[in-house]
Design a protein around this ligand. Sequence first.
Ligand code: HEM
Length: 388
Amino acid sequence: MAFDPLVADFDDPELAELRRSCPVSRTGSGAWFLARYEDSVAGAKDVDRFVASFREPGVVVPDEEQLISEIPEPRHGQIRRIINSAIAAHRITRVEPFCVSLCNELLDGILECDGPVDLITDYVMPVPNNVIAHLLGAPADDFRRWAAWSDEVVQGTYPTKNRNDRGEGLAGAHPEFVDYVDSLIADRRRQPEDDFITRLVNTEVDGRRLTDIETRTQLVFLFISGNETTRHLIGNLLWRVVNDPGLFAALDTDRSLISNAVEESLRMDPPVRFLMRNCMADTQLHGESIPAGDKVVFGLASANRDERQFDDPQNFHLERPDQRSHLAFGGGPHVCPGAALARLEARVAVEVFLDRVGSATAAEPGTYDGVPVFWAHGPRTLRVRLDR
Ligand code: HEM
């Protein structure tokens, strides 16, 4: 069977061969795959040529219902400034004490258990769920409900088809999620609070505010994007910590290395494997002609292991120069606005884990049970035995 970079392991030698000799290739689905770091960096900046799209060809989404990643300029810039200003106003540092006590509470429960526990369901998943709910201003008790809806959206057909068996658009496909978010927005309009949703509703940029449907669309996207990806970052890093006693000991001895470990995890195990784009103009790249209208995939995981950019890219190094130059958060005008929050959550989750846990033994050492989402990379389970 022909090699397919969209399903390849990150360390597959054939992926390295693409980077070396065939940086632009055609995948089985017909999309073009960019294997090299420099091409993904340039492509992410060239937002007029490459417009983000998870949708299947022919699927048309009304403007107000486009997710922020897929909105073309200049509308993207306006909406992005509204979101940035709401995030910036809500200082991320205020989240840290909340995150520390949450991680401690979770470990209180876990360390009571005698047998092995699943770190993903019992520790990793609740962290971004609760933190994003706290940041956005949703009631803490509701997180199980919207976390389940958020998984349902990611794993269903709405992102690609803008519909599922239940109906069209977000409101048709996931009505419970939409009703929930709409009622949060209506509450803030009635009774403003000192929180993110109130700011999102009231922030004005260039004389423009978000409409109700835009607010709902972007809020749902924030719930989802702050959740799934950060879960995979924490899960991937803990997977390595639990499976590599040397890494556990190094981080336990010198906590200042945890931030480096977070960056190296983002490079080696990026939670988002690819960026999907529609090519808007006929394009020549490395001798290939990509016609307007074709799909182009930026291989973030491949870029992060590009030998031209990183020394010894297939190995995890706690100390690298320019540790943040990986592409796990994308690049250009759509670069992830939640990067600081995700980094904070991962650092705190590992710090508290090392504070509380004396030793950790994986139930199935070296086994990586990945989530069944083609663009995502994170463990679905991580069964471990923990000792204080
Ligand atoms: C480790 C965790 C995370 C990873 C790996 C990640 C990754 C990414 C990537 C690769 C993009 C670029 C998408 C594109 O260009 O098509 C992106 C965009 C985005 N991320 Fe994140 N993200 C993470 C956490 C978060 C968090 C915590 C939030 C919310 C607070 C968030 C909100 C967003 C939003 C709103 C966008 C769209 C920005 C735009 O299009 O202008 N992300 N993220």
